[in-house]
Design a binder for this molecule. Structure first.
Ligand code: V47
Ligand code: SF4
Length: 383
């Protein structure tokens, strides 16, 4: 497309967005065209973001738990995984998992984000048991756990259906599902970066079933590796389609590829400009997903701050014990204090609001920060 055509098409996109009309595949390709000025794209995404969320920017108080890094798969973008006998390999005992629960409780966490490798020697009961034990010991902490990759593995281990596995995990304490394992759905790319693990059909089957059971979930897209713009637009449209059907996605998180210590270490990490473009395009294309998350661990604090004016309304949580990005070269701090989190949002002119995993407002007891009450959901999921 010649430059004038791109400019005309972008004008048309602006008219569509202002009229509340849905963007299509061709529009998505134009938004990714570097000739569309990032500043103008950001302004349009910010317009939608403010229509949906006003001046509010969300954060939560959470921690990560990666119970093992031993994994049967070898995704080419992954620096976290390990073999069983590798000195880096670890698998947590029940006591270690519970100690993490105790630490989360002491820190006032409302959420534990639990994902890890697929350990070929650990039974399904180990994975399920940790949800059950954490829920029994710390019932106020929401467990956002496992991706379709793990659920597919549990299906294999137990011979239960996806629905039965999810129902069983829910009874053990599963509160919702994180967005991982999505990578890039298009098989041209997926077959090159994670050929063996859950394919796009499995990923959508698991989220569809989870939504049918009333569980909420998140969704992601890993960008900046072997994919091209049309793979990304295809990815976003597939997510939008499931959201039309179920309304169960809460937030979309674009994930920038970190190449260090991976099989794709020859590639460069995406620039901050690419990060902001991905966030803005997502805000414009995913008209039916409420929240866009600028995951500060991955973006860096400065880009996450700018992102709050490029379509994002959430910067994730205080986070502790993050491994997936730090193993792959992330230089962000290991965690942020609540005050730092609030300050960095306030510095951008946005109003910091603490949320729980389901985007309900959290009101802390001023005399004991480990006690809180929960307000109404901030927005209907799917709007
Ligand atoms: O699926 C793995 C990605 C994901 C690398 O739901 C990498 O709230 C970049 O899904 N460089 C897991 N990305 C993380 C994830 C997530 C993170 C924060 C919040 C939520 C949420 C979900 O991380 C994986 C994969 O796409 N990943 N290795 C890497 N080297
Ligand atoms: Fe295993 Fe997940 Fe890493 Fe793939 S991304 S190798 S499934 S830990």
């Amino acid at each position: 497309m010649i430059a004038e055509k791109v400019a005309d098409h972008f004008k048309n996109i602006r008219r569509k967005v202002e009229a509340g009309q849905r963007l299509d595949f061709e529009d998505g390709l134009v938004l990714y065209d570097p000739r569309v000025p990032l500043q103008e794209l950001g302004e349009l995404a910010n317009h939608v973001r403010e229509q949906k969320h006003g001046n509010v920017a969300y954060y939560n108080i959470n921690t990560h738990l990666n119970p093992t890094n031993v994994c049967i798969y070898r995704c080419r973008f992954c620096a976290f995984r390990s073999d069983l006998r590798d000195p880096k390999g670890y698998t947590m005992s029940d006591e270690q998992v519970l100690a993490r629960g105790a630490e989360a409780f002491e820190n006032g966490c409302t959420e534990m984000h639990i994902v890890g490798g697929l350990h070929h020697k650990q039974p399904y009961e180990w994975y399920r048991g940790m949800l059950e034990q954490l829920t029994a010991a710390y019932p106020t902490i929401h467990l956002k756990a496992w991706t379709p990759v793990e659920v597919g593995w549990f299906e294999f281990l137990t011979k239960m259906s996806v629905r039965e596995v999810l129902d069983d995990l829910r009874q053990a304490g599963l509160g919702s599902m994180p967005g991982g394992g999505a990578e890039i759905f298009h098989s041209e790319v997926r077959d090159q970066i994670c050929e063996h693990k859950a394919d796009s059909h499995k990923w959508f089957e698991v989220h569809r079933e989870a939504h049918r059971l009333g569980l909420r979930s998140n969704c992601t897209m890993l960008y900046g590796h072997l994919e091209e713009a049309f793979h990304r637009v295809d990815h976003l449209l597939r997510l939008r389609e499931l959201q039309d059907e179920t309304g169960g996605f809460q937030t979309f998180i674009p994930l920038a590829f970190h190449p260090e210590n991976t099989e794709l270490a020859n590639l460069k990490k995406p620039t901050a400009l690419a990060d902001l473009r991905n966030l803005a395009v997502a805000r414009l294309m995913l008209d039916n997903i409420s929240h866009i998350k600028a995951y500060w661990i991955m973006l860096g604090i400065e880009t996450a701050q700018v992102a709050l004016h490029y379509g994002a309304d959430d910067i994730d949580g205080t986070v502790r014990h993050e491994l997936i990005y730090h193993d792959a070269g992330a230089t962000t701090p290991e965690f942020l204090t609540v005050q730092r989190m609030r300050d960095l949002i306030a510095e951008t002119g946005r109003e910091p609001v603490e949320r729980d995993t389901l985007y309900r407002h959290i009101h802390r007891d001023p005399s004991d920060y480990r006690k809180w009450t929960v307000g109404a959901p901030t927005a209907t999921v799917g709007t």
